[in-house]
Design a protein around this ligand. Sequence first.
Ligand code: AMP
Ligand code: MG
Length: 415
Amino acid sequence: MIELDVAQEKVLQAVQQAAPVTVPLSDAYGLVLAENIVSFEEVPHFANSAVDGFAVRAQDVANIPTTLRVVDEIAAGGIPNVAVGPGETSRIMTGAPMPSGADAVVMVEDSTEGKTPHEVILSASVVVGQAVRPRGDDVRIGDVVFRVGDVLHPAAVGVLASINVPRVLAVPRLRVAVLSTGDELVDDGSPLALGQIRESNRTMLMGLVTQAGCVAVDYGIVRDNEEALEETLRTAAAECNAIVTSGGVSMGAYDVVKALLGRIAQMTWMQIAIKPAKPFAFGMLDAPHGSEAHRQVPIFGLPGNPVSSLVSFELLARPALRKMMGHAPVQRPSLLAVADANFLRKTDGKIHFQRVVAKSHNDGRIHVAPVSQQGSHQLAASALANAVAVLPNGEGVAAGGEVRVLLLSDLVEGA
Ligand code: AMP
Ligand code: MG
């Protein structure tokens, strides 16, 4: 057996960040920037009102209440027709350009109708600049708004749209082939014969690959037959940037993934000192020669037991895919939580990963408890977990102690 960190390092060393490409903004969400973004526009582009209300000269509302003459009405998208002079005001909407002469805005909530439609009574004083968004208040021309390595989170693509950047140089979204192996697998809805099971890993892995920010490409079920598997892997290598397989990597007589990768893909086969997900195969397959330069495609051979597949993906495949997509850090967030139950285990030389529910707690800490079933075939229980507890070799942690967890998804709301 080899240690998990050694296995993770081996895999990470073998893969490289993909070459940047130009991506339309509509496709850029979640990608990592490969260029600095300098703004050629300012946001906002003009001084405008932050509220619906009345554009005034602050000095005119120093003594309140006061009645001002309404000389104009300016909507968002409209333009001021007249300047605001002494004793005057323009009705103004949020985002509408400030009229000249005015230097502040009184909120509509602080107004009442005057005697005629051309009059308003204002009942709040404002300081110069109040409720006005100055030009360039958010972004100025020449600002470096984002840098190489920044992740294009939703707000970031929003900012790019706001400064008229239609495309960016970014590390591309990987196309990741997903397939499962096994003679026992059925996915056509037909009744199960003895020995058959319904295929589930591929569906799960498509989701995990998508969640990692990649495009998942379905290559179906491949039978435990080396020829069929080789054909599918070579097709997938030609069409994708990485391949994730499930099943066929342990010690059995029909473990075709291991056998084939050993022959065609410079395989590193590992027995990793973890539970679940001990067997793992990693290989680099030459993509068929085409118009592109020589290219190698990593293959992540995950074990077939569904929970093992999930854990193996999280620990070994996902970090590598994240690195290829330019992300740093590549691991899931790790934090210390309070054990709400015993996390006892036997010393066996392995790190144990228990699926847990992690809850926010009113003591300000995160609390965790294991899901009811921890078998590597019991996916139903694991599907309710949002984190895994990391139990280093040893006796485990008793209830009330501290346990390290990797966060896989949003926290559940707790007590
Ligand atoms: P293997 O790693 O191929 O030896 O498979 C280990 C266990 O996982 C066996 O019980 C398989 O039937 C099961 N298994 C393998 N592949 C899948 C899959 N795609 N979906 C559900 N179970 C699977
Ligand atoms: Mg199998």
